[in-house]
Write a protein that binds this ligand. Structure first.
Ligand code: FMN
Length: 194
């Protein structure tokens, strides 16, 4: 049987985004645990139109994001702290998931959702983490117990690896907890099918 699908959503459209790099490392950690992964980076998220709840159908990108979340066994969100909260680009991606609102499993229902925040300072890191967790609750997801709040400056070396082992550990712990829940949930659903 194939591994759980972990969908990463986040980063900034900025070339060299530290948030995106942290998300890629988290997805790589999930892959090491047997996951299949899919990344929706800042460059993709920037192409999403502002979500309009009117009757017009979704754009190709909006539909692609919604379908990936439908298929997912776990989610990892990564956002910069912008003015004390998540970025507009990431919030718009989350609003876009309103497209799943009438599904049998809407939004993040039944899914573990890990959160990674990068910010210049610790105040925005903590506040943004709490804001994103509030959104996950609103979207019926299960925020992982551990969330990573990273200082954006001097996070990575030239090869894109974490300079500090504690930062690498934060990113890995988020990925590991998403995987742990996703595998428990899969086992539970398979047991219910027997
Ligand atoms: C519009 C904007 C608002 C920001 N607001 C804050 C803030 O309130 N607190 C903070 O610590 N850092 C703030 N920052 C710094 C960002 O959090 C930091 O640049 C970001 O984590 C870098 O992400 P990236 O490398 O993925 O682009 C802000 C940056 C921008 C561009």
């Amino acid at each position: 049987m194939s591994g759980p699908l972990i969908v990463g959503i986040g980063g900034t459209p900025r070339a060299g985004s530290a948030t995106e790099r942290a998300l890629i490392l988290a997805l790589r950690q999930a892959e090491a645990g047997g996951a299949r992964t899919r990344l929706f980076s800042g460059e993709f998220l920037e192409r999403l139109p502002h979500f309009n709840p009117g009757p017009a159908g979704p754009s190709a990108e909006q539909a692609e994001l919604a379908q990936a979340v439908r298929d997912a066994d776990g989610i990892i969100l990564a956002t910069p702290g912008y003015h004390g909260s998540l970025s507009g680009v990431v919030k718009n991606a989350l609003d876009t998931l309103e497209l799943t609102s009438r599904d049998e499993r809407p939004y993040f229902h039944g899914l573990p959702v890990g959160v990674i925040v990068t910010a210049a300072g610790p105040q925005a890191g903590g506040a943004t983490l709490m804001a994103v967790r509030g959104i996950i609750h609103a979207m019926r997801g299960w925020p992982t117990p551990y969330g990573a709040a990273l200082s954006a400056a001097n996070l990575f070396d030239a090869s894109g690896e974490c300079l500090e082992t504690r930062d690498a550990g934060q990113i890995a712990t988020v990925a590991d907890q998403v995987m742990e829940f996703a595998q428990m949930r899969r086992a539970q659903l398979q047991g219910a099918d027997r």
